[in-house]
Design a binder for this molecule. Structure first.
Ligand code: SAH
Length: 223
């Protein structure tokens, strides 16, 4: 897969050295997986946000992407990716494409990324960026992610990048029964806990990885 990032305009703030700085900070904050760090170094985050805020793209912070949604904090993207790829998934489903940044990171680490977004505008924008860069293993869908993508199931990994009240049953059932892993922020008493659930046939092993803050996982679709 030949990727082309040159078609996007960049400024001094969006250069390689800004990305080096971000990666150093991720290491300082506990990210140790070299593959994850390498990919965070390769994928330019600024191409997933509007040009007006691209100078902030390498700050370790969430940023607005329109329609009251955000591109996640790089540390959270790195952390969720690190948890996910420990399980060596080949086919991964993401719920909440948003800017497309998380899907792009995953595309360099797994065979196929399927990603669903419920806001049409964000879905369309991400499709354009994926096309412009030349990703060939990202499959997008404009739909309500709570239902998953049954025709493409099972998935070795499912990553939900929005806060759920409960992990949707449909998604759990689309996990590979042999060690499929689902990662999801789940709300409890006003806080969101990052959970991972590993499936072995009918058994599910749950772990909590700390507190996070995501926009909510909603129902239905919108423009
Ligand atoms: N992974 C994204 C983060 C985006 S924020 C990134 O890298 O930029 C979360 C996204 O989840 C928002 O775009 C929101 O519209 C979307 N979302 C919320 N509920 C959803 C649902 N039920 N199905 C699909 N997408 C959903």
């Amino acid at each position: 897969m030949k990727l082309n990032f040159e078609k996007f305009s960049g400024t001094g703030m969006t250069s390689d050295s800004s990305r080096d700085r971000l990666v150093k900070q991720l290491q300082k904050e506990g990210i140790i997986d070299n593959e994850v760090l390498k990919v965070m170094r390769i994928i330019p985050r600024h191409i997933f946000v509007d040009e007006a805020i691209s100078s902030k793209a390498y700050d370790n912070t969430a940023l607005p992407i329109g329609k009251s949604q955000t591109i996640s904090h790089p540390l959270i993207v790195a952390k969720m990716t690190e948890i996910l790829i420990k399980h060596k998934p080949k086919r991964v489903l993401e719920i909440g494409t948003g800017s497309g940044y998380q899907a792009a990171i995953l595309a360099l680490l797994v065979d196929k990324v399927f990603t669903i977004e419920r806001i049409e505008l964000l879905h369309k924008k991400s499709v354009e960026v994926f096309k412009k860069v030349g990703f060939q293993n990202i499959y997008t869908k404009y739909s309500d992610g709570n239902k998953g993508w049954p025709h493409k199931a099972p998935f070795d990994g499912i990553i939900i990048t929005a806060g759920a009240k409960e992990v949707p049953d449909d998604l759990i059932m689309q996990l590979n029964p042999n060690q499929g892993v689902l990662i999801c922020p789940v709300e409890k008493n006003g806080k969101q806990y990052l959970k991972s659930i590993v499936r072995s046939e009918k058994k599910f092993h749950e772990e909590v990885h700390g507190i996070v803050k995501f926009v909510p996982l909603l129902e239905g679709i919108t423009t």
